[in-house]
Ligand binder design. Structure first.
Ligand SMILES: Nc1ncnc2c1ncn2[C@@H]1O[C@H](COP(=O)(O)OP(=O)(O)O)[C@@H](O)[C@H]1O
Ligand SMILES: [Mg+2]
Length: 215
């Protein structure tokens, strides 16, 4: 079992390093290329005169798309970067992550208590990934209008509850899902020696309960 733990740690560390690399490539490679495209296009459209209304409309639209792509790349790369977490801690990082969710389509609340001390960064990063994937699943699959997150730190560990009022799913099928999100969550929770529990009612919503020990 100890051997298994070492192997899992190596795999998870490798995965985190790979994320770091992809995030940097995205940010520094694709991101900066896009910024250059934006700059050049701005310059080009300043210099040329477009006579037709439709052409001006298309030019403006294209610029707006390029602008949006720049922002998107930035957001994705920041989201992937574990270093971002180490700056302010899981509770406030989670806060800034959910602030980016469009509140008109999904109303999100976050209640965090007991997060004065910083956690061991490994635990913190993994728990953040777990919650991030859980929230992404709500956005992608639940079709919910509400998402309520409660994060509580006590002397033994951290409890996280992520509840949505969406369409729910059959939790008995988790073992046969082809997605990697839930599988990753389960691997990480096992590694942290925590517990995760899915309660879902079709048509009513899903509640994910997570507990991880923190010394
Ligand atoms: N909050 C949720 N509401 C409804 N369905 C969900 C929710 N979370 C997970 N699911 C279901 O579980 C499946 C597996 O999720 P996951 O492993 O993260 O894969 P992926 O997100 O790539 O589809 C999803 O495809 C979805 O059907
Ligand atoms: Mg997923």
């Amino acid at each position: 079992i100890e051997q298994q733990h070492i192997i899992t740690k190596a795999v998870l560390d490798a995965e985190e390093n790979e994320r770091k690399r992809i995030a940097s490539d995205l940010h520094d490679g694709v991101g900066q290329l896009f910024s250059a495209v934006k700059l050049n296009m701005n310059g080009l459209f300043d210099r040329i005169t477009l006579d037709r209304e439709e052409d001006r409309f298309l030019a403006e639209n294209t610029l707006a798309l390029v602008d949006e792509s720049c922002k998107e790349v930035r957001i994705i790369s920041h989201r992937m970067m574990p270093n971002m977490l180490l700056r302010s801690g899981i509770a406030s990082d989670l806060k800034s992550f959910i602030e980016k969710i469009d509140g008109d389509s999904l109303k999100v609340t976050l209640e965090a208590t007991g997060f004065k001390d910083r956690l061991e960064s490994n635990v913190e990063t993994m728990l953040y990934r777990i919650i991030q994937e859980t929230v992404s699943n709500v956005i992608k699959h639940a079709g919910a209008t509400r998402l309520d997150i409660i994060l509580t730190r006590d002397k033994d560990g951290i409890n996280a509850t992520v509840a949505d009022n969406g369409k729910g799913f059959d939790t008995t099928q988790i073992g046969s899902f082809t997605g990697i999100g839930l599988k990753n969550i389960i691997t990480r929770i096992e590694y942290l020696k925590g517990v995760v529990d899915y309660e879902s009612v079709l048509g009513k919503g899903t509640t994910v309960n997570i507990w991880v020990p923190v010394a």
